[in-house]
Design a protein around this ligand. Structure first.
Ligand SMILES: [Zn+2]
Length: 149
């Protein structure tokens, strides 16, 4: 999986936590970590391996391609999601995406109709989409995936 390696100093200096993860999302990079001891992947990255608790980790950059592994359609919108334009009339689909390189990440599934979950299929191919809101220190990035054309 040589194409998943990250060699930039930028990545290797970053700590394995949500702050780094969010900053990379802002740069339109989907980054996770791989345990050098057992190979377990984590997205978002965690400071220790979720499988063997080792702390010898390395960054990997995902291509942003995957498949839908599970989903749910959400009508009661949490406050953190209301800023993205969702409300009772505008529900959203939250999914678990099985990434091409391995590992699973939770993300919004865009360009599907949450009012017709029967049209959303487990296994459908997906491609990453980064959604940005605000500027400067208040900038937020939401990880989303859309059906691959
Ligand atoms: Zn491990």
């Amino acid at each position: 999986m040589a194409n998943a390696e990250v060699s930039g100093a930028h990545a290797s200096d970053a700590q394995f936590n949500d702050v780094s993860y969010q900053r990379f999302l802002g740069e339109e990079k989907l980054m996770g970590c791989r345990c050098r001891a057992c190979g377990t992947l984590s997205v978002p990255p965690r400071p220790l391996c979720t499988h063997c608790y080792a702390t010898d980790l390395e960054w990997i950059e995902y291509t942003g391609r995957g498949r839908l592994a599970a989903f749910t359609c959400i009508r009661i919108i949490p406050p953190t999601m209301q800023v993205w334009g969702y409300d009772r009339q505008h529900p959203y689909c939250s999914g678990v995406v099985e990434l091409e390189e391995g590992g699973r990440v939770v993300a919004i599934i865009d360009d599907v109709d949450p009012t017709h979950p029967e049209d959303i299929h487990i296994g459908m191919p997906l491609t990453v989409r980064y959604r940005h809101l605000g500027e400067g220190d208040s900038k937020q990035t939401l990880l989303a995936f859309v059906p691959t054309p």
